[in-house]
Design a protein around this ligand. Structure first.
Ligand code: R5P
Length: 303
């Protein structure tokens, strides 16, 4: 039997392409919203199916998350044999530790809820933290878009330096630096609120170099802007390139990045674009990557 591809609302832009590569038709999704805001998603019959629910929990994060939980339950009750939640962008993944007493471990709570509602396996793409895998009682397949971003940056000049804008991005920067054969620099940052950060200092040689900043995601653009400003102040060339897997960009992110000196931004389509991008923003598709992972999992092969 072929895999069943079911979209969540945040994954509608991905499923046609995935289904096309796999030679199947994506299953329909209907979502009704009640006057009080409750969601009522419906999937068709899935009897005996190996179901892949493609549902990034991108903004509006809480709505997408509740929809995903309801869909997982719906898939199970519709007779699915096996349900895999394909969540390329995993909202709440940044809450992978308690920064101060009294906070929740948001990432853990979200993953537990997915399991409780029927997810038998998760597929995630460049989650904020690899700790996601250790937190999950069901198997997690972690994909990365770094090679895809590297391919888009192939041929970058020799004087390029790959920069991690915070310590969490060091692994991705090392991987990108290795693929492109460029040195790596690291910025140390501190977050002062949800939308403001401070770049504290820099390790690595950036003077007269072209910086490519790499991160898992861009939300407000504050992390990238702080890093870009620090790099230019440290003598890097003023035109900065940014490569990030996820671009759940808030309304102000584009102007924030531009005024910090970003001249080229690469993101993937792991989340749907909410507005038309300016010409200096390029979007690379993760559809082939997701289709390949689903193909392998459906054949019970390791990803
Ligand atoms: C945090 O550590 C993440 O890796 C990103 O750097 C951060 O979440 C991006 O958010 P913003 O664009 O709002 O700074």
């Amino acid at each position: 039997m072929k895999p069943f591809i079911v979209p969540g609302s945040g994954g509608r832009h991905l499923v046609e392409g995935i289904a096309g590569i796999l030679g199947v038709r994506a299953r329909p999704l209907a979502v009704e919203t009640f006057p009080d805001g409750e969601l009522r998603p419906r999937v068709g019959a899935l009897h005996g199916g190996d179901v892949y629910l493609v549902a990034p929990t991108c903004p509006p994060v809480n709505e997408r998350l509740v929809e995903l939980l309801l869909l997982l339950d719906a898939c199970r009750r519709a007779g699915a044999d096996r349900v895999t939640a394909v969540v390329p962008y995993l909202g709440y993944a940044r809450q992978d530790r308690r920064a101060v007493a009294g906070e929740a471990l948001g990432a853990r709570a979200v993953i537990d809820a997915m399991r409780a509602t029927g997810a038998q396996r998760l597929v995630v793409l460049d989650p904020h933290s690899r700790a996601v895998e250790a937190m999950s009682a069901v198997p997690v397949e972690t994909l990365t878009a770094v090679p895809l971003l590297a391919a888009a940056l192939a041929g970058s000049p020799e004087d390029t330096v790959v920069v991690a804008p915070d310590l969490g991005a060091v692994k991705s920067a090392e991987r990108l630096g290795e693929l492109l054969r460029h040195p790596v620099a690291v910025v140390r940052k501190t977050r002062t609120s949800g939308s403001s950060v401070r770049a504290l200092d820099l390790v690595g040689e950036v003077r007269d170099r072209r910086a490519v900043i790499v991160d898992d995601m861009i939300s407000t653009g504050a992390t990238i802007a702080a890093a870009a400003e620090l790099l230019v102040a440290a003598g890097a060339r003023p035109e900065v390139t940014v490569a990030a897997t996820h671009g759940p960009l808030t309304a102000d992110a584009i102007p924030v990045l531009r005024s910090a000196g970003v001249r080229r931004l690469l993101v993937t389509d792991s989340v749907p674009a909410v507005a038309e991008h300016p010409s200096w923003v390029e979007v690379r598709s993760v559809v082939p990557l997701l289709a390949d992972a689903i193909h392998l999992l459906h054949r019970n092969t390791s990803v």
